[in-house]
Design a protein around this ligand. Structure first.
Ligand code: MLT
Length: 413
């Protein structure tokens, strides 16, 4: 008799953003003429850069010609893109092309990577957290049940990111040693980035404890603060302990096109022995991820990879920079608007996300309803990212400029 993977039954009924969408749909069915401003899911609004579109068109024409047609591509990504990534993103960091795995999204990669590790390892996530890290481990069976009282899953280490630690959890706060540590910097949802000294502590901790860091750098292009690393490999020794995820979604508008990449350095090796002593019995995670990719993935389409490559042209770079500037100006408008409205808010400086405290300590979902019903603004309730997000609310700067200004006007009334 067929049986399901019962770990799925441990999950909350809906993925956070599906939940938000569901409530918005319900509202719209009752108020079809509502002039909604969407600042919920971090989806971009600027069009794809022209240089990228041109590259995609040219690549499409190539596929329509028998002389230049291509079928299956390399599962790990075409060399032209892997080499461009190495040259442009990892200058002086000595990352090699065969350590880059091109994929259809950082969301998918951060979720799929859980397969490489034993079921019994202990994971540490921040609280609040991008829900994919947690949900994918729940599905994999690496957690216990969901505790409705605490809003947490048993068997998971939650690292609180609150005002008290300036939203940056550090290893010294841990009560237990995790095997797999999720770090997202600049952080989704708090919008706060870790500086070099924070990351050094994490790398040292991982080295000392034979742990691995999954470093999500999807928002790296938004970093402005000098002391904030753009890649974890800027930290000495990080190649031995960290996998890095990056994405074109939020920089070049690829949320619909889909293209990202994951870096798995060859130095990243795991001891097969259960103990802490290093032995000859080591296995390369690069090899495992490659093995997994070749079996389960056929690569990102040629035309999209050509589009991604075009981002690194002179013109492409300029266009992407313009997009990022546009969103960052939105972030400033939001921060200023909230300040005027007397609302405390964080983030936005190195990130497209603004993490605001709900007025009068309202519960996150109650505030969601107020914003939706009173101001026709959609945001994301902080508690959806974890119990420490209760009383917070996330707004994104990825909207259209006029709508962002209008939203702040509405909120300051
Ligand atoms: C978000 O709103 O948190 C993002 O859209 C998540 C994602 O990139 O999947």
């Amino acid at each position: 008799m067929i049986k399901i993977n019962e770990n799925f039954l441990k999950l909350q009924e809906n993925y956070l953003f599906s939940d938000v969408n569901k409530r918005v749909e319900e509202y719209l069915s009752l108020n079809p003429n509502a002039d909604l401003i969407k600042m919920g899911i971090g989806d971009v609004t600027r069009p794809i850069p022209k240089t990228v579109i041109e590259a995609i068109k040219t690549a499409t024409d190539e596929l329509g010609d028998s002389k230049t047609f291509r079928g299956y591509g390399p599962e790990q990504g075409y060399d032209f893109l892997r080499n461009s990534i190495v040259e442009n993103e990892y200058k002086n960091l000595e990352i090699k092309a065969d350590e880059i795995f091109v994929s259809d999204g950082a969301k998918c990669d951060t979720a799929n990577i859980v397969e490489l590790f034993d079921k019994d390892i202990k994971i540490a996530i921040t609280d609040p957290v991008y829900p994919v890290y947690l949900d994918s481990n729940v599905m994999y069976g690496r957690t216990g049940e969901y505790n409705i009282e605490t809003g947490k899953y048993d068997g998971v280490i939650y690292m609180q990111a609150t005002e008290d630690n300036k939203f940056v959890p550090l290893p010294e706060e841990l009560e237990e040693i995790p095997d797999l540590i999720y770090i997202c910097s600049p952080n989704n949802p708090t919008g706060i980035a870790m500086n070099k000294s924070d990351l050094k502590k994490w790398v040292k901790f991982a080295k000392n404890n034979c742990s691995i860091i999954l470093f999500d750098a999807a928002y790296e292009a938004f970093i402005e603060t000098k002391d904030v690393p753009h890649s974890i490999y800027e930290i000495e020794g990080a190649k031995e302990v960290a996998i890095e995820f990056k994405s074109y979604s939020k920089t070049a508008g690829f949320t619909g096109l889909r293209c990202a990449y994951t870096v798995v350095p060859k130095e990243l090796q795991v001891n097969l022995n259960k103990g802490k002593e290093r032995s000859e019995e080591i296995v390369s995670l690069n090899k495992l991820w490659n093995r997994r990719s070749t079996t389960k993935f056929n690569g990102v389409s040629y035309i999209i990879q050509r589009g991604a490559e075009a981002i690194y042209s002179e013109e492409g770079r300029k266009e992407v920079e313009q997009n990022i500037r546009y969103y960052k100006e939105n972030a400033i408008i939001i921060k200023e608007g909230l300040k005027k409205a007397g609302i405390t808010a964080y983030g936005g400086a190195d990130s497209p996300y603004i993490w605001m405290k709900t007025p009068n300590n309202k519960k996150s979902w109650d505030y969601f309803d107020i914003l939706l019903n009173k101001y026709n603004i959609v945001g994301t309730p902080g508690v959806g990212f974890g119990p420490s997000g209760e009383g917070y609310f996330r707004l994104t700067a990825f909207g259209d400029r006029e709508k962002t200004i209008e939203a702040m006007k509405r909120m300051s009334l």
